[in-house]
Ligand binder design. Sequence first.
Ligand code: PLP
Length: 384
Amino acid sequence: MPKARLFAPGPVPVHPDVLAALARPVLHHRTPEFRALFGRVRAALAEVCEVPGDDVLLVSGSGTSVFEATLLASVPAGGRVVALTGGVFGERWASLARRFGFDVRVVDVPWGRAFDPQQVADELRAGPAPDAVTVVHSETSTGVLHDVAAIAAAVRSVAPDALVLVDAVTSLAVAELRPHSWGLDAVVSGSQKGVRLPPGLGFAWLSERAWARVPDPSARVPTFSLDLHAERPKQRSGDAGATPPVSLVVAAEVGLAQLLAEPAPARWAAKERRNRALLAAGTAIGARAFAERPSPALAALTTPDGLDAAAVVHALAGRGVRIAGGQQHLKPTLLRPSALGDVDGYDVVLLAAALEDAFRDVGARVPYGAATAAALAVLDEARA
Ligand SMILES: *Cc1c(COP(=O)(O)O)cnc(C)c1O
């Protein structure tokens, strides 16, 4: 068995100190000790979300469940939702909204392209004003970082009452995200990606106007266990509606402290540089960057003509290196390696070396050191 190395855009490798915290004795959740811990973790999360002092709710579940909870908490039954798609996750929020009977209109962009804020404004102008617009910040299926700041401004200019609900599942802690100054109404994320914890926790921050949007929420929100209106007052006093995943909360305190030890702009810059090193490694061996506006969370790379991406992913797995391949129609052509999680510059060089080897495994002629040299050259910018 080769050593298992995780280089996917979630779940991600977790620091040993965080894993060790998972092994501590289980706490009871209705205790002063746990309530204090819960408060500290929510405060740390608010800092990671760049909304210090605000309420961030912590929910057991995945990013998907928290997006569902957020939509239900902020859009009245039957409300109009415009879903900006352009990838698997954008489309997921459209499907989710349809499932709950919202009136959904899709605004699409070809996969790999970034939304033009002007196009978003024009599309909104062409239809009835929506209650909410869903947008994915870092679309993990295509590797695109959508310009949420400009998109939110475009939404405000045309439909000032529309809430802007942001999927920040792979962007939180990795890409600049400023909910207040960008005028966002919800930021939703999960534990197993940019915040580099194990899977199992979801996070949501909502703006005050989003909280106010659903009147008489307890009667109208069609969910019980994911009712954020019921959770909010409980979480403010250190409780949760149901048993929280206490061990994950214990581990989160350790992991979030590690994240916050580095100032956010330095953290964003380091992740961007490592991801650019991966893109450089891939292009040095004949792949092409797929995303028009690359997310720092993953390197979406189209394989050279004739090279089967699924075979490359398989060859890497045989070498103990797990990356993500393409989803849906991109499966034969797209590679999605990622430096998310507890991954440093030398890990990126190792991944570049593994990519080279896997390309050779499937028959590509790649000079030794091409990918690693390209990665090192980008990483060396940090020396300046
Ligand atoms: C992973 C991911 C999700 C889904 O998160 P889960 O925790 O798997 O539910 C949603 N959006 C984006 C952009 C993602 O990368």
